[in-house]
Write a protein that binds this ligand. Structure first.
Ligand SMILES: [Zn+2]
Length: 107
């Protein structure tokens, strides 16, 4: 998984997408399904039933729906471009993620 929860900022690449070229953070990922939730993107309305036992209020709840991983790209904090990552092993055997475009470390 190239994109990590909460740390990554992603760019939406889908053509014709209302949010194309917007950057946002990632609250949740599902690598096995190639799905990703991007903050403020693909908002859906759920009509939820109240569940007092689990302290859930009823009504219409707006939340994000997952989108396919192929429609987003990682944005490097250092160079600001959307990029791919490469892995590099440091001297002390730690593995870091590196921006393919500028070579800076991405945590
Ligand atoms: Zn970079």
């Amino acid at each position: 998984m190239k994109i990590r929860t909460l740390l990554s900022i992603v760019l939406l690449l889908a053509a014709g997408c209302a949010f194309s070229a917007a950057t946002s953070v990632v609250p949740k990922t599902a690598p096995a399904k190639s799905l990703i939730v991007v903050e403020g993107v693909q908002m859906i309305k759920r009509h939820t039933r109240a569940n007092p036992q689990r302290n859930v209020k009823g009504g219409i709840v707006e939340k994000e729906s997952p989108i396919n991983l192929s429609n987003v790209a990682l944005v490097c904090k250092n160079c600001g471009k959307h990029t791919r990552i490469k892995h590099q092993v440091l001297g002390d055997d730690r593995r870091v993620r590196i921006c393919k475009k500028c070579g800076s470390t991405i945590e």
